[in-house]
Design a protein around this ligand. Structure first.
Ligand code: CTP
Length: 407
């Protein structure tokens, strides 16, 4: 799930120090560049024993610098440090962490770190014993106290062949941290508590069978990611899905409608926004068996009696009337005909600020696909009728409109 706008034209400084994890830094540089960032890389002398400047020039399409003894580079990097939106040092060796803690500026990377005024992230990579050493621990703590984001290290196999805590966190997770830090700094929902529901719910008939729907959770997960990118503190209440969950959310997995309702009502108590994207199961079997129903179980016969599940948004509406939270509520209307009219009715019935209407039978829209066709309605009428676009883009538009309504 790529961000379309968050990283676009953001100036990211990537400092690379001498560790075997250097090869992963090239992947991080590539992922950032693909997401639209302008990535400037600084390699220390030790890093160049593992990777070449050419590696980074090739993936970023920008110069990669190594020496502070070239005056032009020196001046350029002090400038880059001042202009950067974010500086990440990955991998960060014990040596560089110690230098940063002490405020040394003996190479281009540490010098630029002193000049930089943007958020600084460091992803340590070293032998487990080196990381556990009180000197390294104290240095890392000094940096944390100064507001540096220390990411990891993770547990696992080291270059030495030993297991321990010293592996650099993988590039996708680093990218997620970068997005979170940037979002909190500049996002339109920075610091706001946002609740997102996604995926289907399931209503059990017996321990092996259930009633559900075709939702995969893609659109709700995209909304959760867009809210993280916008700097929100996101609680994601997620029904069963095989899709990857965005990093940086407070995840609450649920299965049934009742579980989702309980989680939503608890989470919205102090939330600014609710995005109710989940495709909630509308019906459940009126009786559930605690054992697998056998073909020969006469009491069950072949008919399943159904009852209607709790309407979560209607329960939220009652809550809002009493408490005022969530301040803004957005629902989805999955329709197969007369989408606008049914959507408008649901908006009013469920007391929503917005409803995102989609005809789930339209081509390139609805369940399981990566695109959607959504019209956003409010009580004043059509807010935006979006053409077919990626679910990520739809999510970013919805976040934009909701942030505007919050003011
Ligand atoms: N929803 C809910 N609780 C339910 C069912 C749906 O909160 N038990 C929410 C959905 O998450 C969505 C909105 O209500 O945000 C509309 O869902 P939809 O399935 O389109 O409508 P229904 O309320 O089920 O109405 P209908 O059966 O008439 O389509």
């Amino acid at each position: 799930m790529k961000s379309i706008t968050l990283l676009k034209d953001k100036r990211i400084l990537l400092g690379v120090t001498g560790s075997i994890a250097c090869y992963k830094a090239a992947d991080l540089a590539s992922k950032l560049t693909q997401a639209g960032a302008l990535v400037d890389v600084i390699l220390t002398e030790s890093a160049q024993k593992f990777v070449l400047p050419l590696t980074f020039r090739s993936v970023t399409g920008r110069p990669c610098t190594t020496s502070m003894w070239d005056l032009d580079e020196h001046v350029r990097h002090v400038g880059l440090g001042e202009q950067a939106d974010l500086f990440i040092i990955a991998p960060a060796t014990a040596n560089t962490i110690a230098k940063l803690a002490g405020g040394l500026a003996d190479n281009l990377l540490t010098l630029t770190a002193l000049a930089a005024r943007c958020p600084l992230l460091a992803a340590p990579a070293m032998d487990g014993g080196m990381y556990a050493h009180p000197a390294t621990q104290a240095n890392a703590q000094t940096l944390r106290d100064r507001g540096v984001h220390i990411i990891g290290p993770a547990e696992g196999r080291m270059a030495s062949g030993l297991l321990g805590r010293g592996r650099m966190v993988e590039p996708p997770q680093l990218l997620a941290h970068i997005r979170q830090v940037l979002g909190r700094q500049t996002g339109v929902l920075a610091g706001k508590k946002v609740v997102v529901t996604a995926g289907p719910t399931r209503e059990p008939l017996d321990p092996v069978r259930f009633i559900s729907n075709r939702s995969t959770g893609k659109q709700g997960l995209a909304v959760a990611q867009a809210a993280v990118d916008a700097g929100a503190d996101v609680t994601l209440i997620l029904g069963p899905t095989a899709e990857p969950v965005p990093l940086g959310v407070n995840l609450m997995p649920v299965t049934t409608t009742q579980e989702m309702a309980d989680a939503v009502l608890a989470a919205v108590q102090d939330a600014e926004v609710l995005f109710m994207v989940a495709a909630v199961a509308d019906f459940r079997p009126d009786t559930q068996s605690d054992h697998k129903i056998k073909k020969t179980d006469e009491q069950w016969g072949l008919a399943i009696g159904l009852e209607v599940t709790l309407d979560i948004l209607s329960a939220v509406k009652d809550r809002r009337e009493k408490t005022g939270f969530p301040r803004v509520a957005l629902g989805f209307a999955a329709e197969t005909k007369d989408a606008f009219e049914y959507g408008r009715q649901k908006l009013l019935r469920k007391g929503l600020n917005f409803i995102a209407v989609n005809d789930v039978t339209a081509e390139g829209a609805g369940f399981g696909v990566d695109t959607n066709r959504v019209a956003l309605l409010s009580s004043a009428g059509v807010v935006e009728n979006m053409p077919r676009m990626s679910k990520t883009a739809v999510a970013e538009r919805l976040v934009h409109h909701v942030a505007k309504a919050l003011g």
